[in-house]
Design a protein around this ligand. Structure first.
Ligand SMILES: C[S@@+](CC[C@H](N)C(=O)[O-])C[C@H]1O[C@@H](n2cnc3c(N)ncnc32)[C@H](O)[C@@H]1O
Length: 331
């Protein structure tokens, strides 16, 4: 299989993203005789062979189900084995657009890390473009190289190199990058080495991805000293919204429940006789809806209750927020 070309049916050796639930997606390479164990039952790789990507698959014992998904860079980012912090889709999508990455672009990326962004770059530049990615941690380099090969990213070259000390030239390769992405602890040490590998014919864009503002300050100084223009720093924040079910309750029962809770809080105690277990109270929110998730006894969507479909944003931004420093250069 390849991230470039969608295929309809699963074959031996293919990568499948097993969608177990909203927060658990497990990447598996299909091998005869292997079994995927989950808390929702187990699933035989042998039975997956021949199934269409996108299928819902029942557990081998008849309970539970998972979905067998075709990998995309976005889904891979959510499921890949983390070897480092990674760049998530809210940042990578913005960076791709801001740097005008398109089919045919030649991207220079350092470091590779877990190769999350490398997959997004590779798909965007397509087979007419190329991604040169650099990693100086030996094990991360080996793992990333293996993955890039397994995923058919033939437009990507990974180099085992310390770009801050040894530069970015690769023997016998005319790199001529028109896009640079640096996700390194000290991008300012790599910036002076860029001249020999960036295009002399096109306007080149750069993005440096740094979690700390002190790094941004040093990066901007290095960019200015090395002739980069149009410098701008941005932070991206994305908030996902999710659909849930909230239990409908009558206003009067909600009010009496709130009063009950307030009374217990005021007393500061709940007395339990003869080893009787304390009964956990379901939480009632300001609108009088019972939040089933917090309840010990009622599960979201349980029969016998009336439910209302609601949407709410997640309570925190989960993307790895960094500062994105952009600049451009005409060599
Ligand atoms: C945060 S990770 C990159 C994550 C990557 N952007 C992703 O989305 O998966 C930073 C990586 O840079 C590598 N690195 C740090 N300094 C380096 C250098 N001087 N040369 C090459 N790689 C370097 C680290 O080993 C680490 O794997």
């Amino acid at each position: 299989m390849s991230f470039f070309e969608y295929k309809t049916h699963i074959e031996k050796g293919d990568l499948v993203l097993a969608f177990i639930n909203r927060t658990t997606i497990k990447p598996i390479y299909i091998k005869t005789g292997e079994i995927l164990q989950t808390k929702y039952g187990h699933y035989l790789h042998d039975s997956m062979i021949g199934m269409p990507y996108g299928s819902q698959m029942s557990g081998a014992k008849g309970y539970g189900f998972i979905y067998l998904l075709f990998p995309t860079p976005e889904m891979w980012t959510l499921s890949l084995p983390h070897r480092t912090q990674i760049v998530y889709t809210p940042d990578s999508s913005y960076i791709l657009q801001r740097l005008n990455v398109k089919p045919g672009s030649r991207v220079i990326e350092a470091g590779t890390g877990s190769a999350s962004f490398t997959h997004a770059f590779a798909r965007t530049v397509g087979l007419s473009g190329h991604v040169f990615t650099y990693e100086f941690h030996e094990n991360r380099y080996i793992e990333a190289k293996k993955e890039l090969e397994l995923h058919g990213l033939v437009n990507t070259t990974i180099a085992y190199r310390d770009v801050c000390n040894d530069g970015l030239d690769i023997e016998n390769l005319d790199i001529q990058g028109d896009v640079v992405f640096l996700d390194l602890p000290s991008p300012w040490s790599a910036i002076p080495h860029l001249n020999s590998v960036i295009s002399s014919k096109k306007r080149v864009g750069i993005c440096c991805f740094s979690p700390c503002i002190e790094q941004v300050t040093k990066t901007i100084t290095a960019l200015e000293e090395n002739g980069w223009l149009n410098i701008e720093m941005v932070e991206v924040g994305a908030l996902r919204w999710e659909a849930r079910k909230r239990m409908k309750r009558s206003v009067s029962s909600a009010i009496s429940r709130i009063k009950d809770i307030q009374e217990r809080k005021k007393q500061g105690i709940e007395s339990f006789k003869n080893g009787e277990k304390p009964q956990k109270l379901a939480k009632v929110d300001d609108e009088g809806f019972l939040s089933a998730k917090k309840s010990a006894r009622v599960k979201e969507g349980d029969d016998g209750y009336e439910w209302l479909d609601v949407t709410k944003p997640e309570s925190e931004i989960k993307s790895h927020t960094s500062y994105l420093t952009f600049a451009h250069k005409l060599n």
